[in-house]
Design a protein around this ligand. Structure first.
Ligand SMILES: Cc1ncc(COP(=O)(O)O)c(C=O)c1O
Length: 418
């Protein structure tokens, strides 16, 4: 690990203080031109005594705007302190976790995984248009049927077709033969450029697509493609649970990754992360953003520097080893649940390196799903799956209570059928 380490509370505080001192101070400095200020002091007290020990809250009150992209070109001088904090976060994610070469990536903290995914598809769509004079109807997105709905949202916004690849019902892996057929068929409809989204943890199943499944078929037909990894959910799990993971920038075919800090990392909402290889993000440069120093390469525009501080605080409070330990504990809880389900002979799906267990709905009566707030695949009568996500707050006691309720039902059902 080159950038990621564990710091003591005093060190964390001192680093954030230093960053805030580098930013404009709306209370003291003559800053006449910004359509912004610190948070309203009638509501958000900047003299509350607890703030001095709470660097993230202090940053929220100071209200920095990390607008723009700070890995590329120049940026607004007024917020250089929190921009540096953002770069430190990106270095941990891109270099230490996802194995990019140092200074060979661009990225930013987006409002969420949806924006990070749309940003990726926007960049690649424009890349094909800028470099190959592609027409919109010659470009298509390829992603599995288990892909998050942000991908069809991107398809709709960017006006490109989504080719949905079916998955095996029980194993949730993409059907390679279907991919082959659908790609051939798309080419016959004059699709020439493909944006592939490979899941590093699907929303409902936690299933992990093997990027090589896509790569082998796309290369068989020698088509022009770009590959994005949606690690919104799995990005803070899989690289730690599977030390041999190759779903990272060591694979030259992978061009970009989404990783949400507001899911597994338990950061506040507004902390999706987008990272791509160098020389790609310029495809979405909005030159008209002339009043922003360095102009804008992001979809959202203004975004809080406090979000960067929140993610930085979590990463540097844990450090890599404590984070690994946390993920290992969640993996153990997940395995515990799976063992108990095995004993009851209840069917479920679990990707071995992930902490989501998705149970076939026929084993779960609706009252139980409601009691334990299980999430259905569909809010309709023909729902086939319910998921349990082994987050930090889902403890062994919760799982044993759930299993006990299931066992009672199971015996009851057996008694009635005998
Ligand atoms: C795999 C995946 N991608 C993208 C998203 C979208 O993230 P957000 O809700 O932060 O926009 C989610 C959200 O659940 C997700 O699970």
């Amino acid at each position: 690990m080159k950038f990621w380490k564990k710091l003591k509370h005093e060190q964390l505080k001192a680093r954030i203080q230093e960053a805030l001192l580098e930013n404009v101070n709306f209370s003291n400095d003559a800053s006449l031109g910004y359509p912004a200020s610190k948070l309203d002091s009638k509501v958000f007290y900047d003299d509350a005594p607890f703030l001095k020990d709470a660097p993230t809250l202090q940053t929220y009150v100071a209200n920095p705007n990390n607008i723009g992209c700070h890995t590329f070109g120049t940026s607004e001088k007024a917020f250089s302190g929190t921009q540096k904090i953002e770069k430190e976060v990106l270095n941990v994610l891109a270099v230490d976790i996802f194995k990019s070469e140092e200074d060979n990536f661009d990225g930013y903290i987006a409002p969420g995984g949806t924006e990070a995914n749309i940003q990726a598809i926007w960049i690649f769509r424009n890349y094909f248009m800028n470099h190959f004079q592609a027409n919109l109807n010659e470009i298509a997105i390829i992603a599995s049927e288990d892909t998050h709905y942000s991908i069809p949202k991107a398809a709709n916004l960017l006006q490109i077709e989504w080719i949905k690849i079916p998955v095996d019902f029980n194993k949730r892996n993409i059907l390679i033969s279907q991919l082959d057929i659908l790609l051939t068929e798309a080419q016959s409809r004059n699709k020439k450029y493909f944006i592939v989204v490979s899941n590093l943890g699907t929303t409902m199943f936690g299933s992990v697509d093997n990027p090589e499944d896509y790569i082998q078929i796309l290369e068989k037909y020698k088509v022009n493609y770009k590959l994005h990894i949606d690690g919104a959910y799995g990005g803070f799990v899989y690289p730690f649970s599977n030390e041999n993971s190759l779903i990272n920038f060591t694979n030259p075919k992978i061009s970009s990754i989404t990783i949400d800090a507001h899911k597994m990392l338990q950061a506040p909402y507004g902390t999706g992360v987008f990272i791509c290889r160098k020389n790609l993000i310029k495809n979405v440069l909005t030159k008209e953003a002339e009043y922003v120093e360095g102009m804008d390469l992001t979809l959202c525009g203004s975004r809080s520097g406090a979000n960067a501080v929140a993610v930085w605080m979590i990463l540097f409070t844990y450090g890599p080893f404590s984070w690994f330990e946390k993920i290992s504990i969640l993996q153990m809880r997940t395995s515990f649940l799976c063992n108990e389900l095995d004993k009851l002979k209840i069917d479920y799906f679990r990707e071995p390196f992930m902490n989501i267990v998705t149970i076939k709905s026929k084993a779960i009566p609706n009252e139980l799903a409601e009691k334990y707030s299980l999430v259905p695949q569909q809010h309709t009568n023909d729902n086939k799956w319910f998921k349990i996500v082994l987050m930090d707050h889902v403890e062994i006691e919760d799982l044993t209570n759930f299993i006990e309720d299931l066992r009672i039902l199971y015996h009851e059902e057996k008694r009635l059928t005998n």
